[in-house]
Design a protein around this ligand. Structure first.
Ligand code: AMP
Length: 276
């Protein structure tokens, strides 16, 4: 397994394979790796002759410095994870190299003012900015994103269509723990009690999604969703609502919808979305 820390070395390494016409798969991550990342990796290894996994905690996508500081990091464990998952190359550049002083921030143009964009202003500008850099460096044939971060996936689909039309985006269903919650790096920040509360919350949400007629309109379902969430004592949340899975609008019936939530356990913000 190779750990490459600078752009020029990665380009040099990949050039030889690209000249031979190898297909390159790319899995962008922020580390604190888990089985969700593992699923993206496995699909890339299955589809491509070489896979690059990047590990880069992107400061530009955190709208609060404390959140960036608190983001779980564990290099030793990440390297072990990659070794046991047969990763070819880890790309782990420095912030200085990715963000030289004059690097402008790209403004995201898609799916604005809803869901995470509404509550984390600038977050998707940071995501778009870092991906613009990494996509230009890696020059992959395929890139892998999880449905766990659904709004991000939809935004990146549009961004790729506009700016990297030779790159194919592959969307991977959410990998879940036995208890039902999604694997997430942020779960590491939860105490045992918070984790159990989150599992109980998620399972009650699943019961809620099973409790009504699937032919009702998204608007009506959102009235039920609002009652459900406001009746839960002490549950702090940014959003808890159904939206159409393609347009992310509140329109049509709920057969094509997903339920999106962002909740807090202590200081930890947790997001998920549930296919009905
Ligand atoms: P992150 O390291 O959190 O930035 O995530 C890197 C990639 O892994 C993103 O495309 C995420 O959507 C994806 N991902 C994170 N958690 C999961 C999961 N539980 N199942 C599938 N994909 C995931």
């Amino acid at each position: 397994m190779l750990i490459i820390k600078d752009i020029s070395h990665l380009k040099l390494y990949l050039k030889a394979y690209q000249e031979k016409g190898y297909s390159i798969g790319y899995v962008p991550t922020m580390g604190a790796l888990h089985q969700g990342h593992g699923k993206l990796l496995k699909q890339s290894q299955n589809d491509n002759q070489k896979t690059v996994m990047s590990i880069f905690v992107n400061e530009k996508q955190f709208n609060k410095k404390e959140d960036f500081d608190k983001y779980p990091r564990n290099k030793g464990r990440d390297y072990d994870f990659c070794e046991s998952h047969n990763v070819d190359v880890i790309f782990e550049p420095s912030s200085e190299e990715i963000y030289p002083d004059d690097k402008p921030i790209l403004k995201n143009k898609y799916f604005q003012n809803i869901l995470c964009d509404r509550f984390r202003p600038g977050h998707f500008d940071g995501v778009t900015t870092v991906l613009n850099e990494f996509f230009s460096i890696v020059h992959a044939n395929k890139v892998y994103f999880g449905q766990k971060d659904y709004q991000q996936l939809k935004i990146v689909e549009k961004f790729i269509e506009e700016k990297f039309s030779n790159l194919k985006i592959i969307s991977i269903p959410t990998e879940r723990q036995e208890e039902g919650i999604a694997y997430s790096s942020r779960n590491e920040n939860l105490s045992k009690k918070q984790l159990q509360e989150f599992i109980d919350f998620h399972n009650s949400v699943i019961q809620f999604t099973k409790s009504f007629d699937k032919k009702i309109q998204i608007k009506e379902a959102n009235t039920l969703a609002k009652n459900f969430i406001t009746n839960l004592v002490d549950q702090e949340f940014d959003y808890f609502e159904f939206r159409n899975a393609n347009s992310l609008e509140i329109e049509g019936d709920i057969s094509d919808a997903r339920l999106f939530y962002a909740i807090y356990k202590g200081q930890t913000r947790l997001i998920d979305n549930i296919e009905l």
